[in-house]
Design a protein around this ligand. Sequence first.
Ligand code: ADP
Ligand code: MG
Length: 625
Amino acid sequence: MSDTPETTEVATEVVEDQGPSFADLGLPSTVQRVVDEMGYKKPSPIQAQSIPPLLEGKDVLGLAQTGTGKTAAFALPILARTDAASRTPQVLVLAPTRELAMQVAKACEEYSKYTPGLKVAAVYGGQDYGTQIRAIRGGAQWIVGTPGRIMDHLKKGTLSLTDIKAVILDEADEMLRMGFIDDVDWILGHAPKERQVALFSATMPKQIKHIAATHLNNPIEIKIESKTATASTIEQRYWFVGGAHKNDALLRITEVEDCDATMVFVRTKQATEEVADFMKANGVKCEALNGDIPQAQRERVVDKLKKGKVDMIVATDVAARGLDVERISHVINYDIPFDAESYVHRIGRTGRAGRSGKAIMFVRGRERRMLSTIERTTRQRIEEMPLPTAKDVNAKRRERFKATVEATIGNEQAVMFKEMISELVNEKELDVVEVASALAHLAQNGIPLFLNENERFRPPQRERTERDGGREGRGDRPQRERAPRKDAADVSTQAMPLKDSPDVDMVRFRMEVGYQDGVKPGNIVGAIANEADLESKFIGHIEIFDDFSMVDLPDGMPETVMSKLKATRICGQPLHLQVAEGAKPVNRKPPSGRPAGGNRRPGNGDRRPGGNRRPSGDRRPRRDS
Ligand code: ADP
Ligand code: MG
């Protein structure tokens, strides 16, 4: 089904083995014949449910997505009720756009091909009135058009609603979105009171509910859960990944959002473990859920989530299938889903049982297309959200701290301390606030309550879920993006002399690992010292960038050592160590006052001019490109 283009076939598989056949619906033979010829085997769910009441002349309020077969759902029964012998407008179909109006008109013509004498007139903006007036006067029983133009005709007197027996509002929410709702209201207000109305909409905003309440008469309500339908009770946002690691972002977001339980979706089994470990290490009651975990244990994890013993689950799509836990307030798409359908499945884990839910998706630059595909398929806008700032987090922590203290007052075990604290306060004549503050400090056990609001995020580290997903999953992701040349050009290729051995010739090397890979100076020193069997004092200046690093090493290292180093990996990534382009050996003494040698990296702020502009916590000599 998923490789079937959605515009050419309707989702009928749901009723493949059950539900009525077209023959059961009681359609006249003129209509039944078209259905047979068109190769429709079974009515789609919206058709099966709408056709009988519409045939009986009842009003219908249908909630269904595009591609569910709505046109036939109203066209077939209403055609059956149209008097083709009478040549006045009897059926009015309102559609949001010219394209949709044309499409519906064409489909209705097709469905009416064995109904002799039946004519359909399409009436929309952008076409001359003359043609349309001729079509209307030519005896069309069906008028299909956009609200604006229909209203124009009504006002001009070139169209009369006197004999209208049925009005169909197709894609009502779209008409609302396009600003036609007042026109729709006006048109319905001018139609005969005894008409039948069918309203179809993918979503039910309150204005549409209002239209239904005003103009529909005891409608039969039909709701079709489609595979790409997202509940309107789920607030959807995305965060554009940049500047911070997804793990840090996840931590901040879940701290600032009022999360009850959170489902985090990643692409690989390994990522479920890694993200869950990170969250656990940061004090979140979190568990991984993936296909490798035995069924019994998976059930235990879900049970813990239900009971509140776990607040976050990091899962793959497969492992989370069908998971139904009411307290899930948030779904985080840590890795973007593979398609719109899995997005719908994922976010459907929240907003259960009529509650509201929130969905947040992490989107990288190259994933923007998937974002818009999802928006188009679900027909819902996903708003961009900023990453909560340290200030936001602190505000939350302050709030929560106060709430926790307040909630603990009167706690049985806290009461035990009462006497002792009063004693202390009285004996030493202390201020209660001072005492409480001291206790709070003790309770924090040395862990700062607040984030440093001046500190920037730690630099992005290796995004293993992304790459691993690419490798073992679809294979459509580049293995690794090399640092663009222009970055490298900004970087000095001039080695610095060693502090303790300024006479050793040093050469600057480039390595294809950087902050994105999670590399720290210690990793580089360790790897090189081990692989090259080189004393660490001979490893010179190290500078780490986003996706590459520079290191100064003694000139003339034996070829065997060099080839070993080239094959060495740091944080799982091969170094591809090579002499930095344009590098020359140096061994001059450092000019006085210049920080030199060792593992000291420039950019620590304190030593270089203008360094104080850099927050001290930011240890990266990274150039923001
Ligand atoms: P919607 O208005 O809900 O978006 P359409 O009425 O445009 O859906 O139908 C979508 C496609 O499905 C059309 O190509 C239509 O011919 C086809 N279709 C409709 N009903 C059926 C059915 N019962 N079986 C197979 N295909 C169908
Ligand atoms: Mg349609």
